[in-house]
Write a protein that binds this ligand. Structure first.
Ligand code: HEC
Ligand code: HEC
Ligand code: HEC
Length: 426
């Protein structure tokens, strides 16, 4: 509202100036409202960028008012509760200036000067440019203000100590807007900017140390803190590196959640559903071009182990897994694990199945799930949860089987591994 009336005042002022100058007729001026248009344009751009950053995903509880916060994020350091970022004056960011917002997004500082916890991925958002940050702020200001006070964080000692957070930031936080690499194409730079900045892909796809700090910003994969998902390496061809994929395949996976040989699940499905599917063709292609340029080609990576003669005990274990597979899985995933393109993912030659941590595959079987519903794949087929149908022993057997059938090669999985993979998503 404030923006509108400000804009209107400014156009009135312009009209007066112009009439005084006698340059244009009043009629012409009344029909031209350049500032209002550019305000709307900025808000629209901000809405788009907020999607790219998935701000709403974290700042909204299930069934709650968008951006009013209250979502609980469990981490090894305690429980964080996302704040209300609607323009309510008392409980949201209604009294913030553009500079206050920039301080939060770029430096991780709240309006009152408090250092913010990196559960808010400002460690990535710091790469966002000032005009983009201003557009997001303009969008947030255009939302209806929601009066909602959220519960405080419950942070475990000693992490609740601001002095420790101060040291953490000194040590691990590198502030700075993305600097384009002039030797690369505009597309590549746009992709890099989105992946390393607003897309905050590193928030999940990177290993973390005991202090919760990224070990690198190289997308080398890691278990997501406080969540039971492994975000695979986007570099390694043994995990989710896509240097060997055509750009079109990467685009299809990121924008629809599925392609003929892969499917996103768990928290990646959420990212596709809430954020990536809304990106423009140019932006999603740029991300694909950047991802494709990363990392090792197959030749550089550790070669998968050669097929060895299998000990009899292993053979028997896998045969039990095959029985479970034929009974419960084959109808959808096929006799040879071939799946049905874009309906049921193939399991043969599927890196999500063979990659070294079996965590995601075990969770796929325990909890089932759906690929994201997207414009490109509006009614995805789902997979039933098996945790109440079959015992942990059988889940261990069938996962071991699919990791080693049809030319796949992966370590065996025990019932303890299955039990250790239980836990809610966030
Ligand atoms: C992974 C979850 C997550 C995402 C994604 C996220 N935030 Fe947050 N945000 C948080 C958490 C948690 C806090 C509270 C941090 C604290 O109190 O130390 C926070 C704090 C903030 C604050 C400071 C509010 C205050 O009162 O100090 C602002 C502003 C903010 N976020 C804006 C955004 C915007 C804009 C985006 C998208 C570009 C975004 N957030 C995306 C989790 C998230
Ligand atoms: C909230 C955590 C999270 C964020 C943020 C995230 N990812 Fe993921 N990603 C995952 C998880 C977990 C998986 C493994 C599950 C799967 O394969 O879908 C994954 C898998 C992937 C895969 C492999 C999918 C497949 O099936 O082969 C690609 C490619 C990928 N992510 C790209 C990205 C990009 C690009 C971004 C940033 C725009 C991103 N991710 C942000 C958690 C995340
Ligand atoms: C009704 C059809 C159906 C049945 C039966 C079924 N699945 Fe699935 N499966 C799917 C679908 C659909 C997906 C994609 C789900 C998603 O994205 O979350 C999937 C995904 C998977 C994945 C993840 C693949 C990837 O690329 O991330 C694995 C592993 C898997 N299934 C194994 C099994 C096993 C093992 C069984 C038997 C115990 C089984 N499935 C039974 C339909 C089925």
């Amino acid at each position: 509202m404030r923006n509108l009336s400000e804009a209107r005042l400014t156009s009135i002022w312009r009209i007066i100036v112009c009439v005084a100058g006698g340059l244009l007729s009043l009629v012409q001026m009344a029909s031209a409202q350049p500032l209002t248009d550019s305000d709307t344009e900025q808000v629209r751009r901000g809405e788009y960028l907020a999607r790219a950053g998935n701000c709403m995903g974290c700042h909204t509880t299930r069934g709650g008012e968008p951006y009013a916060g209250g979502r609980k994020l469990n981490t090894p350091f305690g429980q964080f509760v996302t704040p209300n970022i609607t323009p309510d004056k008392e409980t949201g960011i209604g009294s913030w200036s553009g500079e206050d917002f920039w301080q939060a997004l770029h430096y991780g500082k709240s309006k009152d000067g408090r250092n913010l916890y990196p559960a808010f991925p400002y460690t990535e958002y710091t790469k966002v440019t000032r005009p983009d940050a201003d557009a997001i702020f303009a969008y947030l200001r255009s939302l209806p203000p929601i009066a909602q006070t959220n519960p405080p964080h419950k942070i475990n000692p000693p992490y609740d100590n601001q002095a420790l957070l101060y040291l953490w930031r000194k040590w691990y936080f590198n502030e700075g807007v993305y600097q384009p690499d002039k030797s690369k194409s505009d597309e590549w730079n746009r992709g890099n900017y989105l992946v390393q900045g607003l897309g905050h892909c590193n928030a999940c796809h990177t290993p973390r140390n005991v202090w919760g700090a990224s070990q690198d910003d190289q997308l080398t994969g890691g278990k997501i803190m406080g969540s039971y998902w492994y975000a695979p390496s986007l570099i390694s061809p043994l995990e989710a590196g896509v240097s060997e994929w055509p750009v079109e395949d990467i685009v299809e996976l990121l924008s629809t959640g599925i392609n003929s040989h892969a499917v996103t699940s768990g928290s990646m499905a959420t990212i596709v559903r809430q954020s990536l599917q809304y990106l423009s063709d140019y932006d999603i292609r740029s991300i694909a071009v950047y991802l494709q340029s990363l990392g090792e080609k197959k030749g550089d990576a550790k070669a998968p182990r050669k097929a060895r003669k299998m000990p009899e005990q292993v053979r028997q274990y896998l045969a039990l897994g095959q029985e479970v597979y034929e009974k419960h899985c084959q109808d959808c995933h096929g006799q040879s694990g071939e799946g049905i393109p874009k309906i049921y993912p193939p399991l043969a030659g599927n890196r999500n199945v063979t990659m070294s941590p079996p965590l995601n595959t075990i969770r796929n079987v325990l909890y089932g799930g759906y690929p994201p519903a997207t414009a490109g794949n509006p009614r995805p087929h789902g997979m039933p949860p098996y945790q109440h149908f079959i015992r942990d022993t059988e889940i261990a057997q069938v996962v071991s089987y699919i990791r080693n059938a049809w030319g796949n090669r992966g370590s065996l999985v025990s019932p303890e591994d299955v039990d250790n993979s239980r836990g809610s998503e966030f």
